[in-house]
Ligand binder design. Structure first.
Ligand SMILES: NC(=O)c1ccc[n+]([C@@H]2O[C@H](COP(=O)([O-])OP(=O)(O)OC[C@H]3O[C@@H](n4cnc5c(N)ncnc54)[C@H](OP(=O)(O)O)[C@@H]3O)[C@@H](O)[C@H]2O)c1
Length: 291
């Protein structure tokens, strides 16, 4: 089975590439390989590769920049997604697309279900919501939308790596404690995407690691795991702060924990792990890369 991944240098694409096997070949394509603004270009490339399925791991993920660059955010997170769905429909290919917890407003207080009302707070979430809508209009019969949250990997830029860099040089850090969600190791997300393709999952679902955290909880766990593994020499003081203390161009949901039960029902073989265990797995991999 040849699975084409759209996106090459991103966190999820990189993890998907690591999972390639002889029986399930993962081919990651970047912006130099195809033009996702152009249906004919996508079609030509998918036919040339003899694709059996498509996973879209590309996205405009710069949440704050999206507020002032909505044209680019919508081009990639909505129009390009519609193009991919159109070509997958023409070629009868299963299509897996990744979306975000930021389609939700954040005022529910208990985990969001896939069919809960969406009400994004910013341009990034709204553009991702538009991408979901286009898939549901164009090719719902053979597409899966998997929403996730707070993604990190050993590859690429993310909160874990930013924290490790800052904790090595700063005497103290203030980290937001009133935004609640779930950190997700991209490796587990990649496994869930591949299983979804293989088992032909359709519809909208959620995948994150297990458990709940604030960014403050996440930072504290990063530091204590790093100290245990010898990735940091000494601890620093980490202070909880509020969203109001750290204004950003884009508003973020205060609570965006996702209910994963529909994906677990569709994929009983899916193994979910607590975010703290996955954080240790990721940081152990960083340690191995350093030695
Ligand atoms: N990161 C998170 O915390 C998070 C949270 C919730 C949901 N998600 C969703 O999860 C998915 C994967 O996220 P990620 O963290 O892996 O994203 P990422 O690391 O930011 O990677 C995004 C990818 O999109 C590619 N891309 C951008 N414009 C492109 C274009 N015109 N043509 C082809 N590729 C293009 C980028 O390529 P270049 O490097 O060449 O620009 C990059 O490979 C996305 O759908 C995202 O919305 C992420």
């Amino acid at each position: 089975m040849k699975i084409i991944v759209i996106g090459k240098s991103g966190q999820l694409a990189w993890e998907l590439n690591q999972l390639s096997t002889a029986g399930q070949e993962v081919i990651c394509l970047g912006r130099n390989d195809l033009d996702i603004d152009d249906v004919a270009s996508i079609s030509r490339v998918l036919v040339a590769f003899n694709a059996n399925a498509v996973i879209n791991a590309s996205a405009y993920t710069a949440v704050d920049n999206a507020e002032s660059d909505s044209v680019s955010a919508y081009a990639l997170n909505a129009e390009a997604v519609g193009n991919l769905a159109t070509v997958c429909k023409d070629l009868l290919l299963p299509f897996v697309h990744i979306s975000t917890d930021f389609v939700f407003h954040g005022d529910k207080g208990i985990p969001y279900l896939p069919n809960d009302d969406i009400n994004p707070l910013g341009v990034y979430g709204a553009s991702k919501a538009e991408g979901e809508k286009l898939i549901n209009e164009i090719y719902p019969e053979n597409s899966a939308i998997i929403r996730t949250s707070w993604v990190y990997s050993t590859h690429g830029n993310n909160f874990v790596k930013t924290m490790l860099n800052l904790m090595a040089v700063k005497p103290e850090l203030g980290i937001i404690s009133d935004q609640i969600g779930t950190p997700t190791f991209a490796k587990g997300l990649a496994q869930a995407c591949l299983l979804s393709v293989t088992k032909r999952v359709t519809g909208t679902h959620h995948y994150t690691d297990l458990g709940v955290a604030s960014w403050y909880d996440f930072a504290v766990a990063i530091q204590s795991t790093a100290l245990d593994l010898g990735l940091l020499k000494q601890g620093i003081s980490i202070r909880p702060i509020t969203t109001a203390d750290y204004p950003t161009p884009a508003k973020r949901p205060h609570y965006s924990v996702l209910d994963k039960s529909s994906l677990v029902s569709a994929l009983p073989e899916l193994s979910l792990e607590h975010w703290q265990a996955q954080l240790k797995n990721m940081m152990t991999a960083i340690k191995a890369e350093q030695s």
